[in-house]
Design a protein around this ligand. Sequence first.
Ligand code: SER
Length: 338
Amino acid sequence: MRKEVVLITGANGEIGHGLITHLAHKEKANILALDVMPIDEALRPLCERFIQGDILDNMLLGRLVAEYEIRAIYHLASILSTKAEYNPETGHKVNVEGTLNLLRLAVEQAGWQGRPVKFLYPSSIAAYGLPTLEQKNNSGKIKEEDWCNPTTMYGCNKLYCEHLGRYYTKHYRQLAADRTPSGIDFRAIRFPGLISAVTTPTGGTSDYGPEMLHHAAMNIPYNCFVRPDTRLPFMAMPDAVKALLLLEAAPKENLSKLVYNVTSFNPSAQEFYDQVMMAFPKADISFIPDLSRQGIVDSWPEDIDDSAATKDWGWAPDYNQERAFNEYLIPAVKNRYK
Ligand code: SER
């Protein structure tokens, strides 16, 4: 008998840390973890198995199909927006071809099991692209259907993979004589910038938020690469994990969309700075905008409308800005770097 598992790609990343901890402790799930990097020693005992490997390695993915019954996939592996701009073609390969490989794996699994395989996909506010700063400032809360003209390779990849998820769920092999559903139950969340107290992001463009906080806590000077008036939606990591779990558990008949916005608070960089300075008054933080990265952030919405997630699957964040800083981020980073 093949063992039933939940597959998590990008397991050693920021979302992976929170998700594995929760799934192992609260749901006693058998976790099959995959990452190109070695896994954090603290996470290893929480996983049924960890494999260091690449989502582009189809032989490896084939072996997983043979060995395990994968009931759900959290496909977290990705190259983030800043890093992908340094090598767009590699970004595309990992973000798009990697996702395609996992969708194919999910189809096979669903076929063997005779039941749908849930495919949880973290998309991003990077899927949006507002043409001007003025438009950003005047658009308020943006809905899922609006302004889907991303300017980054990562944003294009995320948006396209959402479409791939829709294709596999609804239109897979639509001309085949023996057409049967793919068996994929694709569910995506467009996350805002995520802030974790236990990890720091690598290669994103919303990173100025978490970087400000972690540098202040470590007492290392930091140059914030956006202007103080820059506004973006953010979310504390426990809420991101909560959103994934809620969406996974939602009855399919309640879901009117395949892709949902979620958010919680949206400080300006100045407000983020003020919040950090209150906790670390001696922090050395300067604003030295990097025009290129600023341009990316200026194309992302300053707020997003997550009412569909609230209506369809009861989404509500536990952490508003005050709670996120005072009850989660500040105590946890102080403890981490003491
Ligand atoms: N945090 C991501 C990035 O900055 C956006 O989803 O690339």
